[in-house]
Write a protein that binds this ligand. Structure first.
Ligand SMILES: [Mg+2]
Length: 267
């Protein structure tokens, strides 16, 4: 049964600029914190990504990779305005339970919404509402899954404009071919710890027992969380004291909320 719908905006900052400025549409765009060569791109349009420019690419290198690149200075206030319009568009289809970052949010599916066909229809409604109320250049990838963590993983599996469904019966095969670092919560350090234990692939991670996962993470609680989330189990909701989204501000570099504790594993 599906329980969560996760929305991840595609190339968010660059898409806002393409929505706002028609001359940038279908063009390679790199968003920078300031117009100088001594900085890096904090976002790139899909046209720029196709030429090798990505978040973190130095401006000098980006110009070499893509001589026609349009460099645009970030407008954080505009991106926050778009964020609120996007939350409203999603809310018109499904209640947003959690805003994870400036371009990521999820809602819980209830009753008949949990049927795959109905859930997929809601996902398509979200995309249509976004195009109508915010703009056709604001595309998103949506993940549908039995827990919020897997829904985020699913939203990352098809970009841009993706819709990926992971059913409980498809676990762990549905994510078996991903890289370890494709999983939220596994960064470079954790990847190294897993490598030291001979775990190089997600399908190997999925075979570990809760005790083995606890040993890797150095915590019984985290071991149990990973064992359950890898099996699609819906873990109890963990309340946070994050600021309500109406007053939340975001880091223009990462898009993560810049006030209050992080609400979850996003950002
Ligand atoms: Mg995104």
């Amino acid at each position: 049964m599906l329980r969560y719908l996760f929305v991840d905006m595609n190339s968010f900052f660059a898409s806002v600029e393409q929505q706002e400025r028609p001359e940038l549409r279908h063009q390679p765009v790199g968003i920078v914190p300031m117009l100088t060569d001594n900085t890096c791109c904090i976002a790139a349009s899909y046209e720029a990504k196709a030429r090798g420019v990505k978040t973190g690419t130095l401006v000098r290198e980006a110009r070499t990779l893509c001589p026609r690149l349009h460099l645009v200075e970030a407008r954080p206030r505009l991106y926050v305005q778009y964020h609120h319009r996007i939350v409203t568009a999603v809310e018109s289809c499904l209640h947003v339970d959690q805003v994870c970052s400036i371009d990521e949010m999820y809602g819980r599916l209830m009753g008949a919404e949990r049927e795959p066909q109905r859930a997929a229809a809601i996902a398509r409604q979200v995309k249509a509402a976004m195009a109508l109320a915010v703009g056709p250049f604001m595309r998103c990838s949506i993940g549908l899954a039995p827990n919020a963590w897997l829904a985020k993983v699913a939203s990352d599996m098809q970009k841009p404009d993706g819709l990926t469904i992971i059913l409980p019966a498809q676990m762990p095969a549905a994510i078996g071919k991903l890289e370890l670092t494709d999983l939220p919560g596994i960064g470079g350090n954790m990847q190294r710890r897993l490598h030291l234990r001979g775990i190089y692939h997600v399908h190997e991670l999925c075979r570990l027992s809760a005790d083995e996962l606890s040993a890797v993470w150095g915590s019984k609680v985290h071991g149990a969380i990973w064992w359950h989330q890898l099996r699609g189990h819906d873990l109890p909701y963990r309340p946070t004291t994050a600021a309500p989204s109406a007053t939340r501000t975001f880091c223009p570099r990462s898009g993560a909320p810049s006030r209050g504790p992080m609400p979850c594993w996003c950002g």
